[in-house]
Design a protein around this ligand. Structure first.
Ligand SMILES: O=C(O)CCC(=O)C(=O)O
Length: 265
């Protein structure tokens, strides 16, 4: 599966301009015909304009779904739609929409873990649905959003549902970029899966975002990486046989002893 990741400099508070940016980026992808899946970063519609989300959030994700569906059909690609501010009645979620190459919505995920350091719980509502895998081109996959990366339980849960690829969409700050890289490598190694991340770059108020979107193999090796703090497109092909081979060589999933893990505590 060939991927193109958009390490986007999101324009804060300007959903219309950001949609235009994404559409132009896709138009400019020279080899879009060969790409199976594209990946966008977190909150790419409004950025972290948290105090303006009442006005900026997409109502029931309608505009986002329509926009992504059109792009998916036009370019015949699956879209891991990053995440957007999404208003559902009186609540605003940080939601990821996944659309297949036929323009069909295959999954929606609302960010479960909200970030206290950013005051997210004041402006957003945390997801209430249990995490689930989705399928693209016959492969089971999962998606999580930024701070979720700090909770290994959520990725393990997706892996135990059969995921071989985990997407992480983020606006991760430069100040903690070591965590960004190390946590992704650790999650790839311990779950023997691909980790594919799209981070933003640029600034929002006083925060600089790291860029450095990654594709990490099940061995933990980084096979593609975006530049630091600048816009970029990262191309990489993943080989799912590597997941199977890694799981055969070090069979951690048959060595697990779950009845001895006090996982609810
Ligand atoms: O966990 C972190 O250090 C960054 C999290 C974050 O910025 C986010 O979830 O948007």
């Amino acid at each position: 599966m060939k991927h193109a990741i958009y390490q986007m400099d999101v324009i804060v508070g300007k959903p219309e301009q950001n949609r235009e940016k994404v559409a132009n980026w896709m138009e400019g992808l020279a080899n879009v015909d060969e790409i199976d899946t594209i990946v966008l970063p977190e909150m790419w519609n409004a950025g972290y304009a948290l105090d303006q989300l009442e006005a900026l959030a997409d109502d029931h994700g309608k505009q986002t779904i329509e926009f992504l569906s059109e792009l998916a059909k036009k370019y015949d690609v699956n879209i891991i739609g990053g995440s957007v501010a999404n208003r559902v009645n009186h609540e605003i979620y940080n939601s990821s929409f996944i659309v297949n190459q036929f323009g069909e919505l295959v999954y929606k995920y609302d960010k479960i873990h909200l970030v206290p350091m950013l005051d997210e719980p004041r402006y957003l509502t945390g997801g209430k649905q249990k995490d689930k895998v989705f399928e693209l081109n016959g492969t089971k996959m999962g998606v999580i959003i930024c701070y979720d990366l700090r909770f290994p339980e959520i990725i393990r849960s997706l892996i135990l549902q059969g995921a071989e690829v985990i997407y992480i969409v983020a606006q991760w700050p430069s100040s903690r970029k070591d965590h960004w890289k190390i946590l992704q490598q650790a999650r790839a190694i311990e779950n023997q899966c691909y980790i594919i991340s799209a981070n933003s770059c640029g600034r929002c108020y006083n925060t600089q975002f790291a860029g450095e979107s990654l594709i990490v193999e099940p061995s933990g090796e980084i096979v593609a990486k975006g530049v630091t703090e600048k816009e970029a497109t990262i191309f990489a092909e993943i080989d799912l046989d590597i997941v199977k081979n890694t799981r055969n060589q070090i069979p951690i999933f048959t060595s697990r002893v779950p009845h001895l893990y006090n996982s609810e505590s």
